[in-house]
Design a protein around this ligand. Structure first.
Ligand SMILES: C[S@@+](CC[C@H](N)C(=O)[O-])C[C@H]1O[C@@H](n2cnc3c(N)ncnc32)[C@H](O)[C@@H]1O
Length: 346
């Protein structure tokens, strides 16, 4: 498939070569770029739907099934249900008010069943058990933890950390059963060694500079129990392909550090060249105001937070000796991010 909307032939041919070179990392069933992740088991949503089945006051409750359509069914049910029915189903959390951080999912509701289920599916396939101490690193206002809490009552001890004070405050006030702690932008976390069975970090290593990525890997490893599992997502070649072929996502290119007139083509070519030459590309966000993710963080530092792309070999080189990759797949969460599960040595 040819890249579209490129302004110069030179850039176009470079991007075309990128797509060819990284073909094994780009999911193209039938020659078309995969735009939606569908091959996973809806781990948490199935549990929630099972718990709703047979309740007379929830006439439109979807039927339990291992098929991912339960995610659409449940999300649509929440959109249309009365406040009373949502309360009875314990699915009544509103989206945080404007000004607080929240990553919107496919539906205009707080819960993002789709993304969490992909994460849990990857963890299950890697061998992680669905119990124990569970940390969402960079949890924002807690959309993942809210689903965890609702799907697996009493099964996990849930924790969330994020450097945004207002996000953590909202989470603590609105989601019961979660220990939410405001963290620093740099390690360490205030947890003891060998504490967690599972850690997840969705859309976090998509933003760290290589040095921050490395030091946070070391810190997560310190906090993981021996034999514990860690899921994280990165931007990889499939994500670049989506930007080349579909123009999605389309950031404001002029906002990247040192490049006031940064164009789309220059930006994409720089990522492609970075991945080929060094296995990574990182651009720090120029100013905090340009990156909504950090808007709630007090005195934020942006030199180690920006837009990051990494190849598996590069990721491997950043991992401490006691973490090894047990699963890797492309185009998973957000339908674009690469997913990794690493395990700490027993
Ligand atoms: C793209 S959002 C992802 C939020 C969440 N993981 C989700 O899937 O909804 C990035 C989050 O990372 C947080 N963050 C920024 N710097 C961080 C750091 N150094 N450590 C942990 N989280 C950080 C931001 O405050 C924000 O909540």
């Amino acid at each position: 498939m040819k890249p579209q909307n490129t302004s110069s032939e030179n850039a176009s041919s470079k991007l075309h070569s990128f797509l060819e070179k990284f073909e094994p990392f780009i999911k193209m069933p039938g020659g078309k770029l995969q735009v939606q992740t569908t091959d996973f088991f809806p781990v948490a949503t199935s549990e929630i739907v099972k718990s709703l089945d047979g309740r007379g006051d929830l006439a439109d409750t979807p039927k339990p099934s291992g098929h991912i359509s339960v995610i659409d069914d449940l999300s649509k049910w929440i959109i249309n249900a009365s406040e009373e029915d949502k309360l009875a189903a314990q699915l009544n959390l509103p989206r945080p008010p404007a000004g607080l951080h929240h990553v919107p999912g496919k539906y205009p509701i707080f819960y993002d069943f789709l993304n969490l289920d992909i994460v849990l599916n990857e963890l299950s396939l890697a061998g992680a058990s669905m119990q124990g101490r569970f940390l969402d690193f960079g949890c924002s206002t807690g959309r993942n933890l809210a689903v965890m809490n609702r799907a697996f009552p009493g099964q996990f001890e849930l924790f969330g950390v994020d450097p945004s004070g207002p996000s953590i405050e909202w989470l603590s006030e609105n989601i019961e059963g979660v220990t939410a702690v405001q963290s620093e932008q740099t390690p360490p976390l205030g947890f003891p060694d060998d504490h967690f069975d599972t850690v997840i970090a969705k859309s976090i290593w998509t933003h760290f500079s290589p040095s921050a990525a490395k030091s946070w890997f070391e810190e997560v490893s310190r906090c993981l129990k021996p034999g514990g599992y860690f899921f994280f997502s990165t931007h990889g070649p499939h994500d670049v392909a989506s930007r080349i072929i579909r123009d999605i996502p389309r950031p404001k290119y002029e906002r990247y550090a040192g490049h006031p007139n940064w164009t789309r083509d220059e930006f994409l070519v720089a990522i492609a060249e970075g991945l080929v030459a060094e296995g990574f590309f990182f651009k720090a966000f120029k100013e905090v105001g340009h990156q909504g993710d950090l808007s709630g963080v007090e005195n934020p530092t942006t030199s180690d937070w920006g837009l990051t792309f990494m190849l598996p070999k590069f990721v491997e080189g950043l991992l401490p000796n006691d973490l090894s990759i047990v699963r890797y797949d492309t185009a998973r969460t957000g339908s674009r991010h690469d997913a990794y599960v690493v395990r700490k040595k027993s």
